[in-house]
Design a protein around this ligand. Structure first.
Ligand code: CP
Length: 326
């Protein structure tokens, strides 16, 4: 039985699917981050496997392209000893007109235990959860790997893991951090998930920076400060999260040119110098060098972009073991 108001929790308040970080209780966020920390240690061992998903089948369903998320989910599931199947969507019967829910029914008939779903449509993972519930398959779990502009919860979690790792000594330190999120927030599921998690963890100063056309109206309602001037927005920040321009989700021209964008909102060494001297630079990837970020910054000693990728394995192990572990 799922919680009526938060369908990713069961009636005992335990995580059973991961759909979004919005309204996810702080205790569950810390449960995931703490569990991930224990898996970092396993990743440093010679034998990197634990039996938490032994005998379970994880199906990776990526209806949109991915490098980091798909691969790290696969590594994570294998480290938990699951059987992992990567459905090749391009060669699947989706191209012959099979619906998403018919595909799910067929994979359930193959004894799937957990679906990892990336989809261009916001709400697709939620639709699958609803369908599983309506058909009485409450023992099958769904993890959202990015749906449209809506949410990318495991990216949000690995971002919180990186911030906790590099910028805090104790959990209450989140309240003292000043975080900048720069770029195409309008189309970014990562930004939404980051903002929800930062708020829950107690961050009070979140600066959203970008051109008016790429900043959604709801930011101020969420208690986020809005800046159209990067120099002002980045000043004294502890964390700078750069975002990719989501050209595939833009309808019409929202920007004069890539050069113009880089001049105003690209992260250069000069602009980064306005943040705190020990500020970290994050990017969910894929990066567009010379458009969002200067190579000197992307490869510089303040960047933790590749650490984010490594943390993603432990965080995805944590999520899958919590929702579906033996
Ligand atoms: N950050 C992220 O979602 O990257 P991929 O699209 O490569 O998975």
């Amino acid at each position: 039985m799922l919680d009526k108001f938060n369908p990713q929790l069961n009636s005992n308040g335990e995580l059973t699917h991961l759909l979004s970080l919005e309204n996810l209780p702080k205790e569950i966020l810390f449960q995931i981050l703490d569990t991930a920390k224990s898996f970092i240690e396993i990743s440093n061992r010679q034998i990197k496997k634990v039996p938490l998903l032994r005998g379970k089948s994880v199906f990776n369903l990526f209806f949109e392209n991915s490098t980091r998320t798909r691969t790290t989910f696969e590594i994570a599931a294998k480290r938990l000893s699951a059987d992992v199947l990567n459905l090749d969507i391009g060669r699947s019967s989706t191209s012959k007109g099979e619906t998403l829910l018919d595909t799910i029914d067929n994979l359930c008939a193959m004894h799937a235990n957990l679906f990892v779903v990336r989809h261009a449509s916001s709400g697709a993972p939620y639709l699958i959860v609803q369908h599983l519930q309506q058909t009485g398959r409450n023992d099958i779990h769904v993890v959202n790997a990015g749906d449209g502009r809506h949410a990318h919860p495991t990216q949000g979690l690995l971002d919180m893991y990186a911030i906790r790792h590099f910028k805090t000594q104790q959990n209450s330190d989140f309240a003292n951090l000043k975080v900048a999120i720069v770029g195409d927030i309008l189309h970014s599921r990562v930004a939404r998930s980051d903002i929800h998690a930062l708020k829950t963890l107690g961050v009070t100063e979140i600066n959203a920076i970008g051109p008016e056309t790429l900043l959604p109206k709801y930011l101020q309602e969420m208690g986020v400060n809005v800046f159209h001037n990067m120099e002002q927005g980045i000043k004294d920040c502890d964390v700078v999260i750069m975002l990719r321009l989501q050209n595939e989700r833009m309808n019409g021209a929202l920007l004069p040119s890539a050069n113009e964008y880089f001049r105003h909102f690209g992260l250069t060494p000069q602009k980064l110098a306005l943040a705190k001297p020990d500020a970290i630079v994050m990017h969910p990837g894929p990066m567009n060098r010379g458009i969002e970020i200067h190579s000197e910054v992307a490869d510089g000693n303040q960047a933790v972009i590749l650490n984010q990728v490594t943390f993603g394995i432990a965080v995805r192990m944590a999520v899958m073991s919590i929702v579906a572990g033996n």
